[in-house]
Write a protein that binds this ligand. Structure first.
Ligand code: NAD
Length: 447
């Protein structure tokens, strides 16, 4: 099938490459000319495991092509996916300009029937708006084309986007138009093993709300566990034991129960904010989500608070080694990363940082810029040299089994602040390093 994809970001590019791998003829468009020129030469604009090889294979096979020309993309596909960014402001108002710009472009250029699919995460009613913008453009030029608009939210996770595209837990198709449902069902066929379980067809508004409800639920689980972690700390219990204990219950399940330094990334925070804002505006205050956000806000300062306690308030002049900057492992995405809150708080308190991340250094450096109180390190080891203590913020695989004896030697006053609870406290302590985790019942004097 011929497919056009608008947006070559984390989602659009991964989706495009996977569709091409499955044999579809994919044209992926982006408004960012430099990004497209790079992609045409096989240069990746982002870090996502397995994606580079898949893009290269698609380019070589000719099933994947890139363009910055809106018209060409509007004319190519039988199905046209809108996968552009939908940022939300601090209050939760979602900016749909990019989505509507694509819709208007399709309305201006399209010369035959089409199924237009909104894959961007966007508030309930966005597909209706896309339809209105499209019809407006078509009627302005007197064109009468059969165009169906569907909502098809995406649930892939950065860091495993290719795997998630190839084997989705489920595909949600929001459309009551049999033609659109049939086309999308055929498009997704290569990725679906069990249609009764994985393929969910519903109306557009339910599909749009499903995406927000999913992210709100995931954020709620994390904030819930972070609250339990505070209680565990106070009560002398270990949240890691509690996590295993409740995760073994099939009604609860083991995923998204990690206590830590707060959730971040381009989706959870933005989508929770957007859902709460939209519900508030319509007079349906979502009290749970306000609490989820408040807890997460506080949680992002948790490592800093532990350090303040450790240094008895005297953080000025200290040097902190920071391992991990990206909002999660296996990505270079710095959007809403909890590391940024830690860095800001340390700098405001007069500390210096020595930072290292396996993939996010260029994005972090671009975001933060050069300053005297940060040293950008090439290795995890370099970040330790001459630092007072170590904070682990992102649990990349390369940080999971470190040489604790080496860490003890490199740090001036050996202490690890484990923001993701990946280390065994007893093992760390037996190397002569003080250990602080999140909710591990070892620092109950903190409260
Ligand atoms: N990143 C995730 O993990 C994830 C997961 C599920 C859903 N989503 C949703 O998917 C959407 C895309 O997210 P992302 O992380 O891929 O964003 P991104 O910022 O990585 O990529 C968006 C791309 O769209 C391009 N773009 C903007 N306007 C355009 C236009 N008019 N025409 C063509 N291209 C245009 C941008 O240049 C950019 O390259 C968002 O709505 C997001 O909420 C993201």
């Amino acid at each position: 099938m011929k497919v056009s994809i608008f947006g070559a970001g984390y989602v659009g590019l991964s989706f495009a490459a996977c569709l091409a791998e499955a044999g579809h003829e994919v044209l992926c468009a982006d408004a960012d000319l430099a990004r497209i020129e790079g992609l045409q030469r096989g240069l990746m604009p982002l870090h996502e495991p397995d994606l580079e090889a898949l893009v290269a294979a698609g380019l070589a096979a000719g099933t994947l092509q890139f363009t910055a020309d809106e018209r060409t993309a509007c004319l190519h596909g039988d199905v046209l996916f809108i996968v552009v960014n939908t940022p939300a402001d601090a209050e939760g108002r979602v900016d749909l300009r990019h989505v509507m710009a694509v819709a208007a472009g399709i309305g201006r250029h399209r010369d035959r029937e089409a199924v237009v699919v909104c894959k961007s995460t966007a508030p309930v009613g966005t597909a209706d708006q896309v339809e209105a913008v499209l019809s407006g453009e078509l009627s302005q030029r007197g064109a009468q084309l059969r165009i169906a608009v569907a909502a098809n939210p995406e649930f892939l996770r950065e860091g495993s986007a290719v795997r998630d595209c190839r084997r989705p837990d489920r595909v949600v198709i929001g459309s009551e138009n049999p033609w659109a449902v049939d086309l999308l069902t055929r498009l997704y066929e290569p990725f679906i093993e069990d249609p009764t379980r994985q393929l969910l067809v519903m109306d557009r508004r339910s599909a749009e709300l499903t995406k927000y409800a999913a992210n709100a639920m995931l954020a709620t689980r994390i904030s819930f566990m972070n609250e339990m972690a505070r209680l565990a700390e106070h009560a002398g219990a270990d949240i890691e034991m509690v996590r295993r204990g409740i995760g073994a219950d099939r009604r609860i399940g083991p995923d998204f129960l990690q206590a830590g330094a707060g959730y971040g990334g381009s989706c959870l925070a933005k989508d929770v904010r957007a859902l709460r804002y939209a519900a508030d505006r319509d007079g349906h205050a979502l009290r749970i989500l306000s609490a989820v956000e408040a807890t997460n806000h506080e949680q992002k300062s948790r490592l800093f608070d532990l350090m303040t306690h450790h240094f008895e308030g005297r953080i000025a002049g200290k040097t902190i080694a920071v391992w991990g900057l990206a909002f999660k492992p296996d990505t270079d995405d710095m959007r809403d990363a909890p590391s940024l809150v830690l860095l800001e708080r340390l700098w405001a308190a007069g500390a210096r940082v020595q930072v290292y991340d396996p993939a996010a250094m260029p994005n972090a450096r671009g975001l933060i810029g050069e300053r005297d109180d940060v040293r950008w390190c090439d290795t995890a080891q370099e970040a330790l040299q001459g630092a007072d203590v170590l904070a682990l913020v992102t649990e990349w695989a390369e940080f999971r089994r470190p040489d604790f004896a080496g860490i003890a030697k490199a740090l001036r006053t050996p202490a690890i602040f484990d923001g993701r609870n990946v280390y065994d406290a007893a093992e760390v302590e037996s190397a002569g390093i003080a250990y602080y985790g999140i909710g591990r019942g070892r620092s109950s004097l903190l409260h």
